[in-house]
Each structure stands twice: as C-alpha cells, then as structure tokens.
Write a protein that binds this ligand. Structure first.
Ligand SMILES: [Zn+2]
Length: 224
C-alpha cells in the first residue's frame, strides 16, 4: 500500500506498518531500490499498487526508478477508465506517471515475461487482474492477488464482495486451483494476516489447504 496515506485514511483502512517497510526489508536482504529491474503488479487497486510511487524532491517518483512495471493491457485500460462501481478502488496517482516515464510494460493475455516468470489474466475480480507464477527449480510459487486473498477462500464459493463478476471468479478459481493441485503450487495470500502461503489438495470433492505456512509474528489489524 506504500506510504502515501493521510493519518485519517491509515486509520480508516487499519494500515499498520513501518514507514518504508518494503525498502527496509529489501535492505535487510542486501537489495537496493535502484537494483530492482522488474515490478509485476497483479492489478492497480490501491491496496496492491499504492507502493509503486513515493514523494520525491520533485513530486511523485517511482519507488523503483529503474524497474519496468508489468500490467495487463486490459487492466490498464480499465484502471484508467473505471466504472462507478469500482472507481474508489483506484488512485490514478499510483500508476499514471509510469507511462509518461516509459516504465510501463503492457502485456496481452498469458505471457512468460521472462524466464521462469509467467502471468495469467484472471478477470472476475477486475478485468485483467493477473496471477504471477514463479516456476523455480524447486516448484511453482504463485502470487494470487485478489483471486484468493485469504487461505479461507481456497474454498470455491467464498469470494470477495468486491468482485465485479463473481461467477467468473468461481470458474477461474476452479481452473487455477486444478493446475495448482496438479503441479503442487505454493500460493501466496496477499490479504491474509495469519497465513502467508499454502499448497492445496483436492479431497472429498473440495479444494482444501494442504501444507500451510503461518506468519510467526502476525501484524495487528489496526482498530478493531
Ligand atoms: Zn483488488
């Protein structure tokens, strides 16, 4: 979500984080922001793209100045001209400057954007959201964005109230989870403050979590 939040908004959304948390964590791993070559965005809702830009000396600047930022073309078109239903989920300042600065890479459909990194569009939540898969030598890790934001939503009928096309989400989840079971994907949940990741199995006619990775030190949830 980044750091560009007024106190009132941070309070409203229950944002509990250190300032510059992402950069601090990268620094701990010995990674500088200038060395990041690619940022892959599942979609441009503010809770997934709010950290793309930061306040610099001359106004907003990309947090990762050298990086290409990958978005599905269909989603870019939607995000820059959203419907009344989901307009409040986008802040144009989060992403509009990427295009002018030449840092935007639009892709159309399933794409291997670089060796071992694949994106697949999933449109029930918002047109052109993309799941990001890392096909490593040790298996596949998938960032599932708002297709499966929480561990509990591995259960097919449980989906987000924000989804613009809920029945499409149901179909897409089944297709995706079928692949995830076959190839033993590890799914990373971007909204779950207790469960970081899990593999899935199909048992008794249901998709279910299998091996679950919980957070050692879960963050608080802000105001209860
Ligand atoms: Zn979203």
């Amino acid at each position: 979500m980044g750091d560009r939040w007024a106190e009132r908004q941070a309070d409203m959304f229950g944002i509990v984080r250190r300032p510059n948390q992402l950069l601090a964590e990268l620094a701990e791993a010995g990674i500088t922001r200038e060395s990041i070559t690619d940022v892959v965005l599942t979609h441009l809702h503010f809770d997934h793209a709010g950290g793309v830009m930061r306040e610099g000396d001359d106004g907003l600047e990309p947090v990762f100045p050298e990086a290409r930022h990958w978005v599905q073309e269909r989603h870019w078109e939607w995000a820059t001209n959203p419907s009344e239903r989901d307009r409040a989920s986008f802040r144009a300042d989060d992403f509009s400057a990427l295009k002018d600065k030449g840092k935007l890479e639009l892709v159309d459909g399933p794409t291997e954007i670089m060796p071992e990194v694949k994106v697949t569009p999933i449109s029930g939540h918002t047109p052109g959201q993309q799941v990001v898969e890392f096909h490593t030598g040790k298996g596949v890790v998938a960032f599932v964005g708002d297709l499966i934001p929480f561990l509990s939503q591995v259960h097919i009928p449980w989906i987000m109230g924000f989804d613009l096309n809920p029945l499409l989400t149901v179909t897409e989840k089944k297709q995706f989870l079928t692949r995830a079971v076959e190839d033993n994907f590890t799914l990373v949940f971007e909204h779950d403050h207790l469960h970081e990741a899990a593999t899935v199995k199909f048992e008794n006619g249901k998709f279910q979590p299998d091996l679950v990775f919980t957070l050692d030190d879960p963050p608080g949830m802000g105001k209860e």
